[in-house]
Write a protein that binds this ligand. Sequence first.
Ligand SMILES: [Zn+2]
Length: 382
Amino acid sequence: MSTLVTNIGELVTNDPAADDLLGLRTDAAVVIDGGLVTWVGAASAAPAADEVIDVGGAAVLPGFVDSHSHLVFAGDRAPEFRARMAGESYAAGGIRTTVAATRAASDADLEAGVARLVAEMRSQGTTTVEIKSGYGLTVDDEARSLRIASAFTTETTFLGAHVVPPEYADDPAGYVALVTGPMLTAAAPYARWIDVFCERGAFDADQARAILSAGAALGLRGRLHANQLGPGPGVQLAAELGLAAVDHCTYLSDDDVHALRDTETVATLLPGVEFSTRQPYPDARSLVDAGVTVALASDCNPGSSYTSSLPFCIALAVRDMGLTPAEAVWAATAGGAEALGRSDVGSLVPGSRADLVLLDAPSHVHLAYRPGVPLVARTWVS
Ligand SMILES: [Zn+2]
């Protein structure tokens, strides 16, 4: 059955052939059929369809593509957040609190948690989400986390190298051998990607290289958490290896920016983390000005960024990271799609998946202009 969505006051297409970044169209219409966008154009020229939805002049965007989240976990860390807001600093070791709770949880509890957060995301306009493991850190618990995640998305990421679990505290090399051996073998059937937390207190560049290389041998494409808590080698490693994305990029040197500029690697910025850890925001402006492709993602997780809202991240990126509203919206849609190597989402052109967001607002600017307001009126997911 075909559906005509018409009387769109402002349509964000992200059409790369357009003159402006967002490929904006006014007084527009879209036809969707069989889960795909089949026609985009002026409302006055729209073809007939089986069903017509008049959106009354509101804005329509591609569904948000959240390319970085950690939704498979149990427990919460509100006390840690409260302490941090009272002046304590964030350290990678807090992850172990969630690992203990996750290992102790039933499959049903973990599934219910992911379902709840995916529904939250959906109600805020996210139509594609990447979900990582990384709170199991045993062979069985990592495979279980990815099996659960794969019921919700095809964009699943093995993050056995999130942090060294307590039982390997004296033997990090032994843990890397586990991650690159039996854990990877058990995780790979459920994972599309492999990721490493390359940070002081987690894994160094040599360990990250070994883990990504082992994943690549089983067909898993690489991505990295890097330069979140301080300067480090991760961004340049990601550029050197030509990874799809390097995520966080909070502390960047000029050399890091230059390295990214010459690659296809997307810099994925996660401003919910800086909001909730009181770290400085990454310099999105200098990345965009250098020609680096930037994505925005939630990093939804119970420790450092417990938001599921890309509209919130867009508002932060505009207010505190120097992006224009158009750049921030592009980063949360087309940028996220590039970070996942996807050309079928993140834009609304003929052939795109029919993943659309209707705002209760006349333009995309309102996502930053009206922070914290539930502007997503409806989401279509193909
Ligand atoms: Zn993360």
